[in-house]
Design a protein around this ligand. Structure first.
Ligand SMILES: [Fe+2]
Length: 449
């Protein structure tokens, strides 16, 4: 593999350099805080956004490229009709979004851009559609870019041809609508591999949180994406890059998820729960991305998902408990999580719960947090460990035979760079092993040594 084909975080020297320089910057909160300009919320959000576009775009600029998953094409058609009727804005629809964004598919969208000259990109979908819109923007405006060498923080000068990047999420969990990273499947190199690209200019300018776009989400997807949002907020909260800004977003996100995800899973037409989960997912999205590219539960979750083909939210949910327990040895930030979980999940009055926690040792508080996390995962029907997985069912012998490979993939993942506690290859293996059944005593052991 040539140097150009290698992704920067696959190079051990660059990884070390990045961890050293980034951790100093993060400790001093010397990082930019990047968020969308406006989040339109509620049942009037699409109207508000359309009025904004109508006022902002010149008459000869009223062209929107809608990027949407094929099976959600009806949403694209509905929005295109709405834009035309309300403000005479023309649209084209690109619906060839795939679960993993392949580099080769992006060229097709770029050909459409060259012909149509859109001034707005509007992504409608889950993480893949929103990630794809970011990558189309990048390759349309900067065709020569080599994403492998883009070590964050980087700026390349986007929005010269397309003025606005906007997103309507159709799931509540990925946070892609408020984040400035994107995953691309590089199918031009062998073997094909995923590359994480972080670029501040990827952050959408406008977000439309309208519950009509999430109300038909099936139960398993509501649970899976909700667990992803919880992993973003709680996983990021214990990282070294946390700041008062990210704490505010992550804590509010966790509280809302604990309150409303069980309701959204139980009754899909509970519109209050759907709306709150949209907001929680957005808050967790800007909370985690401004902390880092997500916590180490994502490094291990990506690895397990890639080897056994399991939904992202399920895998990061399974690794949330071991990630928090492992880092608890070096940071007491888990104590705040213990408080939030205890307050939200207990029937007792808030002040009684807080008084009880105040009398606990750190180990007891961690035990309380881990028990409450298990309780919550049972409430929403999320598998708590690898051994509990049903789809697919994994044999212990198969898991053990792939442990080395799982550990290698997790260690090379860009999200393992941000651990509060150094995430050495030996420790990665230890933590993954515990996740087989996530027994509380094994988790407490991660904290002790
Ligand atoms: Fe995630």
């Amino acid at each position: 593999m040539s140097k150009r084909e290698k992704v920067w975080y696959e190079d051990p020297n660059l990884r070390n350099l990045y961890v050293k320089s980034a951790s100093n910057a993060m400790k001093g909160y010397h990082l930019p805080i990047t968020t969308p300009k406006t989040v339109f919320t509620g049942t009037n959000s699409l109207t508000d956004f359309t009025m904004h576009l109508g006022a902002y775009l010149n008459e000869d600029e009223k062209r929107v490229l809608i990027i949407v998953d094929k099976d959600l094409r009806k949403f694209g058609d509905r929005v295109a009709k709405f834009l035309k009727e309300k403000r005479d804005i023309d649209s084209r629809i690109f619906d060839e979004v795939l679960p993993e964004v392949p580099k080769s598919k992006i060229n097709k969208a770029i050909d459409l851009c060259k012909e149509f000259d859109p001034k707005v990109f509007l992504a409608i979908g889950g993480g893949s559609a929103i990630d794809m819109s970011k990558l189309i923007l990048l390759y349309y405006e900067k065709p020569e870019i080599n994403v492998n060498q883009m070590m964050p923080p980087s700026y390349v000068g986007l929005r010269k041809k397309v003025h606005i990047l906007a997103a309507i999420p159709t799931t509540s969990g990925t946070g892609a609508e408020g984040s400035f990273n994107a995953m691309i499947l590089d199918d031009t190199r062998e073997p094909h591999s995923k590359v994480a690209v972080a670029l501040y200019e990827f952050c959408p300018d406008y977000v439309i949180l309208h519950s009509d776009f999430v109300k038909t989400m099936p139960q398993w997807l509501t649970m899976g994406t909700g667990m992803d949002a919880l992993a973003h907020a709680a996983g990021a909260y214990v990282l070294i890059g946390s700041s008062p800004f990210t704490d505010a977003m992550n804590i509010a996100g966790i509280e809302m998820i604990l309150q409303y995800l069980p309701r959204a899973v139980k009754r899909g037409n509970d519109m209050e729960a759907r709306e709150k989960m949209q907001m929680a997912s957005y808050l967790a999205g800007i909370g985690f991305i401004n902390t880092s590219a997500a916590g180490i539960e994502h490094a291990m979750g990506h690895s397990l998902g890639a080897v056994f083909h399991i939904h992202h939210g399920i895998t990061v949910g399974i690794f949330l408990a071991p990630s928090i327990a492992y880092q608890a040895k070096v940071t007491d930030r888990f104590l705040k999580l213990a408080e939030i979980f205890a307050v939200e999940l207990s029937e007792k009055p808030r002040h009684e719960v807080i008084t009880e926690l105040a009398h606990m040792s750190n180990e007891e508080a961690l035990h309380s947090l881990l028990s409450n996390l298990r309780k919550f995962m049972d409430m929403v029907g999320a598998p708590k460990s690898i051994s509990e997985l049903e789809m697919p069912k994994i044999e212990k012998s198969e898991f053990e035979s792939k442990l080395d490979h799982l550990s290698e993939l997790a260690w090379i993942d860009n999200t393992s760079l941000y651990s509060s506690r150094p995430f050495t290859p030996e420790n990665v293996k230890r933590v993954i092993k515990v996740a087989w059944d996530n027994k509380i005593e094994d988790l407490i052991d991660l904290y002790k040594k």
